[in-house]
Design a protein around this ligand. Structure first.
Ligand code: HAM
Length: 404
């Protein structure tokens, strides 16, 4: 919990300095909220069951659908843009590997109501700020960035039906996981011709914006969005963290524009975080669409990365004072000393049983106490206690009322 609290504190601090407001949602949701028909992995990993009222329910595998539902529910009562963050527990029936667990926490930041890529640029800036805060640099991690509009433009020129778009993206996302022949087969099944598939695979291998512009031509939104994002990155000051990579499409069906993923440059770990624009998600839940984008950042891969780099913080327990009665009759006196200190905001570990001093010193060392306050009968009769400063060994008596 020390490590988790440290991590979450940093998630929250970054969100706070970016002016975001914290939200949360139920962990148990209706299964229907997560059922999409694009063949996503996340759908097959759902922890779902029937409740006592015969309703199909699921433990949330992600936060975005709940967020979308809340935005719809709030309707016109909130003014846009919304800048929301959440740190929530999620469940996925995953194969457990390094950095992937069946139960994890995700830090999410989402901006709802901004159609421009300034929103994506701001989100990436917040993740960079987080990395810097915990000691991770641009030589440790980077972001691969693309836009689903790249695919849309390619597919558009081959008249691939628009409703297969999500499916195509989900298939392409598996490029690094399954053989390319399998991918081709699946793409054929959703109605793509062989020429279209070849062209698509060609485009996906592009790693520079200049090359992409040569292939797609300069007029489309894909290029203009990406160019603007790279321009803004320079102004935000994180150009050295990001690179264009057309093969990034992400495995969730709902993204419509810019998509990005954080990766470790040594290539040992799974994606550290990921997100993108999802301008059409709200209408799938019956609401009016509002432009939106966001990211999810898990609590597992980042810890692996910090371990790798020797950057895990030393987080020891820290209690300022340890208060101990020197005999059983003084337990009440010790309690009142502890209360006085706690009322002044000091942290106090009160020894609750009669223990030998050797034990008390050991405990003081374990909790990194700065002061040992001993309540002994001769001092107590004078309204005093004895204080030992543990770092220097200095010892003195002080009136209880003057304890600071
Ligand atoms: P995602 O890529 O499925 O996106 O997950 C986001 C991040 O959550 C991953 O990059 C990883 O850090 C963490 N994560 C996911 N699954 C696991 C797991 N089994 N164990 C540990 N960590 C995991 C989403 O979930 C989107 N809803 C993100 C988003 C928010 N897009 C827009 N807004």
């Amino acid at each position: 919990m020390r490590l988790r609290n440290w991590l979450f504190h940093n998630f929250r601090e970054v969100s706070r300095i970016f002016g975001f407001e914290e939200v949360d949602f139920p962990v148990l949701e209706s299964e229907a909220l997560f059922v999409r028909k694009a063949g996503e992995e996340i759908r097959d990993q759902l922890y779902c069951f029937e409740d006592r009222g015969n309703r199909r329910v699921a433990l949330r595998p992600e936060l975005t659908p709940s967020l979308a539902r809340l935005v719809i529910q709030k309707g016109k009562s909130v003014s846009l843009p919304l800048k929301w963050f959440a740190v929530g527990q999620c469940w996925r029936y995953e194969r457990m590997t390094r950095g992937r667990r069946r139960e994890h926490y995700q830090w999410n930041m989402d901006i709802i109501g901004v159609p421009e890529v300034t929103a994506e640029a701001e989100l990436i800036s917040s993740i960079v700020t987080f990395f810097k805060k915990i000691g991770i640099t641009a030589s440790d991690v980077g972001f691969k960035i693309s836009s689903r509009k790249v695919l849309q433009e390619v597919l558009g020129s081959y008249s691939v039906p628009e409703n297969s778009f999500g499916k195509v993206c989900v298939i392409i996302d598996k490029l690094e996981k399954i053989p390319v022949d399998e991918i081709k087969k699946e793409l054929k099944l959703v109605g793509m011709s062989e020429v279209a598939i070849e062209e698509l695979l060609q485009v996906l291998s592009i790693k520079s914006l200049e090359k992409l512009e040569e292939v797609l031509g300069g007029g489309g939104e894909a290029i203009s969005d990406l160019k603007r994002l790279f321009f803004l990155a320079e102004k935000f000051g994180y150009s050295d963290w990001i690179q264009f990579d057309a093969s990034i499409v992400r495995g969730l069906a709902y993204y419509t524009g810019i998509v990005f993923e954080g990766f470790d440059r040594e290539g040992k770990l799974r994606a550290i975080c990921g997100g993108g624009r999802y301008d059409k998600l709200l209408s799938t839940f019956g609401g009016d669409d509002i432009p939106a984008c966001g990211f999810g950042f898990g609590d597992a891969v980042i810890v692996e990365l910090l371990k790798e780099r020797g950057l895990l913080p030393e987080l020891s327990q820290q209690v300022e004072n340890i208060v101990c009665a020197l005999d059983q009759d003084l337990q009440g006196a010790a309690a009142s000393v502890a209360t006085k200190l706690r009322e002044k905001g000091q942290t106090v570990d009160l020894v609750l049983e009669g223990k030998p001093l050797k034990w008390v010193f050991k405990r003081a060392a374990r909790i990194n106490a700065q002061r040992l306050i001993l309540v002994g009968s001769s001092e107590w009769q004078k309204g005093m206690v004895s204080v030992k400063i543990l770092s220097s060994g200095e010892q003195y008596e002080v009136e209880v009322g003057k304890l600071e």
